[in-house]
Design a protein around this ligand. Sequence first.
Ligand SMILES: [Zn+2]
Length: 620
Amino acid sequence: MATASEATKALHEQVLKTLPFRDTQDFDDAERGFIATISPGVITDADGRTVWDLDSYTFAGAEAAPETVNPSLWRQFRLLMRHGLYEVVPGIYQVRNFDLSNVTFVEGDEGVIVIDPLISAETAAAALALYREHRGNRPVTAVIYTHSHGDHFGGVKGVVDEGDVVAGRVPIVAPEGFMEHAVAENVFAGTAMSRRGAYMYGALLPRSPEGQVSSGLGLTTSTGTVTLIPPTREIRETGHVEILDGVPVEFQITPGTEAPAEMNFLFPTFGALCGAENVSHNLHNVMTLRGALVRDARMWSHYLNEAITLFGDRTDVLFASHHWPRWGRERAIELLEKQRDLYGYLHDQTLRLLNKGYVGAEIAEMLELPPALAHEWANRGYYGSVSHNVKAIYQRYVGWFDGNPAHLWQHPPVAAASRYVDFMGGADAVLERARRSYDEGDYRWVVEVVSHVVFADPSNAEARELEAQAFEQLGYQAENGPWRNFFLTGALELREGGKGTPVSSASPDVLGAMSLEQLLAGIAIRVDGLRAADAGRIVLNWVVDGERAVTTLNDGYLSVVFDRTDETAAATLTASRSGLIAALLNADPTGIGIDGDASAPARLLALLDDPDPDFEIVLP
Ligand SMILES: [Zn+2]
């Protein structure tokens, strides 16, 4: 276990001096309304495998941060260790930190409405059981998904039976576009996102003062059964009111904010506003580091402003699907305003500087939040950061290219690395100078240059160790949970080799919800281009659950048209969606009926490449 360097300790001292640690209101709020929690703090699946382990974080007890954790992140971590069942107001309850996200229970005439049933069926079921133990055995009468991210729907089968949903007994309410976006993320870049997600959430790290201490947004992600039941009611309009189990709910749709399909909503009879994940106790991600389409900071700010106008004068408590609530109208509106100003400020100031010719990396360094925004605890960069959000806003408007032609056609990493090392006088010379930079505490520079040495020659053990040590100090310094996890996972993999990704985001339920268009797109992105180009033209008809399509492989590209049948196709494939998914995932073609030339689909399948879920990141 490495210790904190002098430079790291000095940085932590500075944090303690600069930030308002004497303001402990968040601890009061995080503890307010506590009813009970589970003990031991472990949730298991049907086979007894642990899917959630609060007890692995018992080292959170000490108020003073260890030297190896940024004191501001430590504070957030300790807030996230307030877990269990809480009363928000009489009739509204939350189970917090039984997963990355919160699940909320709103009591109606006949039973209880569930908002955002966590990631895994097991954690969601444990949360519901804890709620029922203290609030009576109320049936679930409705489910609301606030948005299309997996930590807000994956546990749905832990709280409701799909048969009750299909039979119309339990409505599931979600914003327009929910299903498309909930599934889309797993179609195109799902494999890469899972691998990078393991870095982001520190899934491979030990939980300790030298390891994973939350992700800032929540402790970590659970590892149980990810489920999905499609919504039965889509909310399309702001101002729309639904009566769920006798409880009026007034919606505001907020597309293109934290998620492409998301909504806030007010429970007017409770004076309670649900801010989904648009408002939280951290600066959120304009672009998440595991990889995603870049979000729109301007619209995010716009919709928070609209929420104040729509609901401010009727809000007595503001709760969300992460972190703890804010009570009192003035304080609730203040949080909405601070976050509105935060995202809006980042957007506008980035563009101001972009239009003066500064590039993303420069703006990220220059842009400073005014103290009124920076010293608001809920605006701290525990999940997003000013640095990477500024680069995301830059990327949204002008993309990866900074306009300098020297950066237009650079050598790729390994080719560049061997040239850099050669020009810098060889690996030993680089390491000698890098060690001096390390001693000066310039860890950012150490990882920049030593990464070239590692990419030029991954067998250079000295280089790997030096880079790992610099990553470690960067991790210890980071206020941002994902930054810490990225740095420390990088150190781990440099020392012990690539560890791969322990969990995949693609669960059978999520894959099973793919539309035919998404399924065929999933095949198309696996076509091995040049091999396929040599294979010539393959035309196939598809009939999947009655839906028709024609695929044409030509020039190495698989094009698709829907609602057609091609008379000249080599074969017609008839399958159910689940049969097609089994064929693709398990190479089990028994669920597919083939009429015509059976060798044609076999030739297409043979041209598909497999994604690599364990690709290297810190090594070439
Ligand atoms: Zn979330």
